[in-house]
Design a protein around this ligand. Structure first.
Ligand code: ADP
Length: 478
């Protein structure tokens, strides 16, 4: 199958969260199964051509009345980069500078979408499937139906739209409709991009893509209801039979405790001495007392409402009343950052907070911690709990979306890989954490939890096979 995979971020070149991880790993997993996959993404300012050995292409790309340059990184799933300095290259961020979104995100990603559909002709590629990811790329499915007639491959192509997070919809004032070169006929509720009298780019994907997927079976069910449907649940229910929940995998080469070059020591199932060394090194690195007997609780991730920071912040003072250390890494809402820094100043012997983006530290935290907390309000899939399982760090999670699909609650005996709670409250979080800390003192039971988690297979191979089925069903019907 020939697949054009379009994403606003692609790890390791650019990444703000799970989307980048997926776009980095899934195309390679598909290529390993024998498909031809071409990835397309902007060359953001953070993508340094030298570091990543980007190769310039000798021809420009013309789309939407603008001209831009192209770069490529060759490999089993080559990545093509759209170079436009004003729109992408000269920005420090991908969607925003610290604290504020770029005002021209609609224009930036509309241009990216138009360019995505021009690329195949320029490189002599005839994709049967165009795989789109989140609102930044959603316009492609409208363009494929309405404006791509001149592209030789487009009539036979089908599109797949993956929702990585329904909370970010590409919602803009309706004045953007002409600014993006769209006809007003596209601005309507039925079969269009109007939503509450505003332009909603995600609706283009949800309406015009030939198949829809999202990143876990749990989230696929949850977004059909009003509680998590973000207002789009009627539209999703209408297409429920074309919506597939496919759990994300993790990159098991990048996240492998037996080979991870970012760690001070390596370990694996049945070989846990290295993990104890990672714990001591982590405590030393962040400036906590180096004590093997005190459990280390970790949190890594965006400081956003979605991640349950409010209930975590309410529960932490009570939790820290017992012997426990907390290491937190993440950036996001300034008030959450301040609250975490306050906690660190109140309890310097127990709490260490790092509010920047640090891939290496994320790995060392996963390796060195004993417990990993993810109390999400909602969670499309979540990757960190899967990294935790693989690194022998026992997850404590709220049982929503992908967290419920990947962490099995400990039954007190010999089943389960972590601790789950259901109600979204500080009290429920505390109860689950206390249960976990009790089991932590029972070394045999704890070791069982770690070993079962480390034995789980969350690699991309399985998920890639599921995407392949979706592609084949579409191409077969094309
Ligand atoms: P989301 O996509 O909602 O942000 P996920 O758990 O799916 O959450 O993926 C988050 C990814 O981003 C993980 O790979 C995580 O390690 C990484 N990450 C998030 N914040 C940071 C940070 N401050 N430093 C390093 N890695 C981070």
């Amino acid at each position: 199958m020939d697949v054009l995979f379009v994403s606003a971020e692609v790890a390791p070149f650019s990444k703000t969260g799970g989307l980048g991880d997926v776009a980095g790993a899934l195309p390679r997993a598909l290529a390993a199964r024998g498909h031809r996959v071409v990835v397309f993404t902007p060359r953001h300012g953070v993508v340094d051509p030298g570091t990543h050995r980007l190769e310039p292409l000798p021809f420009p790309i013309e789309a939407g009345g603008q001209s831009a340059a192209l770069w490529v990184v060759r490999g089993p799933a080559p990545v093509f980069f759209l170079e436009h300095e004003r729109l992408f290259g000269h920005r420090r961020g991908i969607y925003a500078d610290p604290g504020h979104e770029y005002g021209d995100n609609a224009e930036r990603f509309a241009f990216f979408c138009r360019a995505a559909l021009v690329l195949p002709r320029l490189i002599g590629f005839r994709p049967r499937v165009v795989h789109l990811n989140d609102w930044h790329t959603a316009l492609c499915s409208w363009l494929l139906r309405h404006e791509a007639g001149a592209e030789p491959w487009a009539a036979a192509a089908r599109s797949v739209f993956t929702v990585h997070n329904l909370a970010h919809q590409g919602d803009f004032a309706k004045e953007k409709v002409p600014a993006l070169g769209l006809p007003w006929s596209a601005f309507r509720y039925d079969e269009g991009m109007e939503f509450h009298d505003r332009l909603n780019l995600m609706k283009a994907g949800l309406t015009f893509a030939d198949a829809l997927t999202t990143v876990s079976p749990g989230y696929a069910r949850e977004i059909l209801g009003p509680e998590q449907g973000e207002g789009l649940d009627p539209l999703l229910r209408h297409r429920a039979h074309e919506l597939h929940g496919i759990l994300n995998g993790i990159d098991v080469e990048e996240w492998d405790p037996e080979r991870d070059a970012l760690l001070p020591a390596r370990f694996g199932p049945g070989r846990l001495a290295g993990k104890a060394r990672c714990k001591a090194a982590l405590q030393a690195e962040v400036g906590l007392p180096v004590r093997a007997d005190v459990p280390v609780l970790a949190m890594v991730g965006r400081l956003a409402d979605q991640k349950g920071l409010d209930i975590a912040l309410s529960a932490l003072p009570a939790l820290l009343g017992q012997e426990l250390q907390l290491v937190q890494l993440g950036t996001g809402r300034p008030d959450y950052e301040q609250a975490l820094h306050r906690l660190m100043h109140e309890r310097p012997q127990q709490v260490r907070v790092r509010t920047h983006f640090d891939e290496g530290l994320a790995h060392r935290i996963e390796a060195g911690a004993d417990l990993f907390l993810m109390p999400s309000r909602f969670e499309p899939c979540g990757l960190n709990q899967m990294y935790s399982l693989r690194y022998g760090t026992v997850p404590v999670v709220r049982a929503v979306g992908g967290l419920a699909d990947t962490v099995e609650d400990f039954d007190g005996k010999s089943r389960g890989t972590g601790f789950c709670f259901h109600e979204y409250s500080a009290q429920a979080l505390l109860t689950a954490m206390r249960r976990a800390l009790d089991v932590y003192r029972d070394r045999k039971a704890w070791r069982g939890l770690m070993e079962r988690g480390m034995a789980e297979d969350n690699s991309w191979a399985r998920s890639a096979a599921r995407y392949e089925q979706v592609y084949e069903a579409l191409a077969g019907g094309a």
